[in-house]
Design a protein around this ligand. Structure first.
Ligand code: XMP
Length: 327
């Protein structure tokens, strides 16, 4: 039997009861597979890897070694939340790697979007590999592969291996406990495992993170403006009932400045672009009709609270003709 094919008889996990049954089965299966050996997991804090971590913590406790790489391109508060949830609340074996300078130094002066993506992906593997080499007796590598990843890689659309590309001498047996689940099922399981709602119901976030929203060559000051404006947007969408309703929303900071005025003095600062879109599958997307007074309020907050920003723009472009991300 091909273990990468979802059996037709497998019921869609839509309720806490079904999630509990799945969790119990997986814990037993993980314990049988892993025994007393150690498992390594790259824990980004996204839904899939977080659910895999929570399952493994329940199944094998401290035999799981989680590695959280902070590449400096995460949203405000995310690295702190990973440490708080997994180390403090779940008592997991968590290695936190502050690789911010490493990534930003490698990316300095690089403006081509695909080159930026490649650098971020390759550097991630290098950091993870270094951490893996510091560990002894690791037998397994856990991954948050989900069913759409398997379907897409079978179609040749994309390679799904989250930490694919580790060198020959560093190959582990894979542990992929949610590989037959769809995203909505992963969320139901995550909720039942006790993960916080803002982790379980998180909007999609690209692997290269804020790196593809800090347009052109990334600089630390524009990255900071991006992180702060994104945090304000998320806070205001949550307060105004748009969190969970709008599929994906974020800010973008381009690499040009414009003239403005503040306290009677001329300024020359960056604009922040807001994007908020709805879609089913990310192939096409429509723009959310955000109430104008809310856009004005967000504009007032961003221009008052984020240093180096003097304008806010709203992207009115559906996909096509614009993609969801700007790079
Ligand atoms: P686009 O910009 O192509 O985005 O309309 C469609 C969806 O894919 C996400 N996206 C990425 N996700 N790595 C990812 O993991 C990437 O390099 C990447 N680029 C875009 C984007 O956020 C949107 O949800």
């Amino acid at each position: 039997m091909d273990t990468n094919v979802r059996p037709e008889t497998m019921e869609r996990i839509t309720t806490p009861e079904l999630a509990r049954t799945f969790i119990a089965e997986q814990i037993a299966a993980l314990q049988a597979q892993i025994g007393d050996k150690k498992v390594l997991l790259a824990l980004s804090g996204g839904v899939d890897s977080s659910v895999v971590a929570a399952l493994l913590i329940k199944a094998v406790g401290k035999q799981l070694v989680c590695v959280h790489v902070n590449h400096g391109l995460l949203r405000k508060g995310e690295p702190e939340q990973v440490v708080d949830v997994f180390r403090n609340q779940m008592d997991a074996n968590l290695i936190y790697v502050d690789a911010v300078d490493r990534f930003l130094d490698k990316l300095a002066g690089v403006s081509d979007p695909e080159t930026k993506r490649k650098i971020i992906g390759a550097e991630f593997i290098r950091v993870f590999e270094e951490e893996a080499r510091k560990q002894s007796d690791i037998k397994f590598l856990a991954q948050g592969t989900i069913y759409p990843d398997i379907l897409e890689s079978a179609d040749g659309i994309k390679a799904h291996h989250n930490v694919g590309g580790l060198p020959e001498d560093l190959q582990f047996e894979l542990v992929e406990p949610v590989k037959l689940l769809y995203k909505d099922e992963v969320r139901v399981v995550g909720k039942e495992l006790g993960l916080p709602d803002n982790m379980v119901y998180r909007q999609p976030f690209p692997g290269p993170g804020l790196g593809v929203r800090c347009l052109g060559a990334i600089t630390r000051d524009r990255l900071e403006a991006l992180r702060e404006s994104d945090a304000i947007l998320r806070e205001e969408f949550a307060k105004n009932g748009l969190q969970g309703k709008v599929w994906q929303y974020f800010t973008i900071v381009p690499d040009f400045k414009s003239t403005g005025i503040r306290d009677g003095k001329r300024t020359f600062d960056w604009p922040v672009i807001i994007r908020a879109v709805n879609t089913r599958d990310a192939v096409t997307a429509t723009v959310e009709d955000v109430p104008f007074p809310l856009l004005q309020h967000i504009t007032a907050r961003i221009t008052a609270e984020v240093p180096g920003v003097n304008r806010v723009l709203y992207d009115l472009t559906p996909k096509p003709s614009g993609t969801i991300e700007w790079e």
